[in-house]
Ligand binder design. Structure first.
Ligand code: HPA
Length: 234
């Protein structure tokens, strides 16, 4: 058992899916995994291990934001030997050509977070996806006819920013979407020598103000989960 995860040694698979929402972890376990067993429920951050196409996979919530995902991913890498971590989340588009419901593969993540400032004493680290995972996920999505987008995302510390126009600077530099966790996942994967990928579904647009309905979110999320699960067991 680690401080925030109740699993015993061996209860978490080497490959794990990481949604922010713990109830999404429950949904994936109950609808996509065979024989899921819940291994943690501390703070209602649920985690399950089961099998997908005969291979062991875990799925666990991370909460929202860099401080929260940092706690769970640190413990998963350090104490449970997780080798492959795939975040599945939602993001807000900051470009006209990135549409609601689009699937985005995060090649890399800019951030305004204090975490890497503290860690690297003001130097800039470049949080980047594991290329083999990125390529596998891309190929799987394309083979299913779901044309994804790949590029840089932004992991912001604040959802409610003081300057509502802040995203425009990132858009000017070619970033595709705003979310709140990817940079920390990629940084920790680099530190511990593990594989990481972040798959995102566009849930809203900061450009147009559009938002997805709950039903649309469910359908596009299901596609992303399939890509994530097949990538996890590849
Ligand atoms: N900002 C940050 N994170 C998000 C957003 C957003 O607009 N939409 C979904 N996750």
């Amino acid at each position: 058992m680690s401080i925030h995860i109740a699993a015993k040694e061996g209860e978490i698979a080497e490959a794990i899916l990481l949604p922010g929402d713990p109830l999404r972890a429950k949904f994936i376990a109950e609808n996509f995994l065979k024989d899921p067993v819940q291994y943690t429920g501390i703070r209602n951050i649920l985690g399950y291990t089961g099998t997908y196409q005969g291979k062991r996979v875990s799925v666990q919530g991370t909460g929202m934001g860099i401080p929260s995902i940092s706690i769970y991913v640190n413990e998963l890498f350090r104490e449970y030997g997780v080798k492959r971590a795939i975040r599945i989340g939602t993001a807000g588009s900051i470009r006209d050509d990135v549409k609601i419901r689009d699937m985005v593969l995060a090649v890399s993540a800019c951030t305004d977070s204090g975490a890497n400032n503290i860690r690297f004493s003001g130097r800039n680290f470049a949080p980047t996806a594991t290329f083999s995972l990125l390529k596998t996920a891309w190929d799987i999505a394309v083979s299913k006819g779901w044309q994804p987008k790949a590029g840089t995302v932004v992991s912001a510390d604040m959802f409610y920013t003081e300057n509502p126009e802040e995203w425009k600077l990132w858009a000017k530099f070619g970033c595709l979407a705003m979310e709140m966790e990817c940079a920390e996942l990629y940084t920790l994967a680099a530190k511990y020598g593990r594989e990481a990928l972040c798959l995102l579904t566009i849930s809203d647009s900061l450009v147009s103000g559009e938002q997805t309905s709950a039903e649309e979110r469910q359908t596009s999320f299901t596609r992303m989960m399939e890509v994530a699960l097949e990538t996890a067991i590849s």
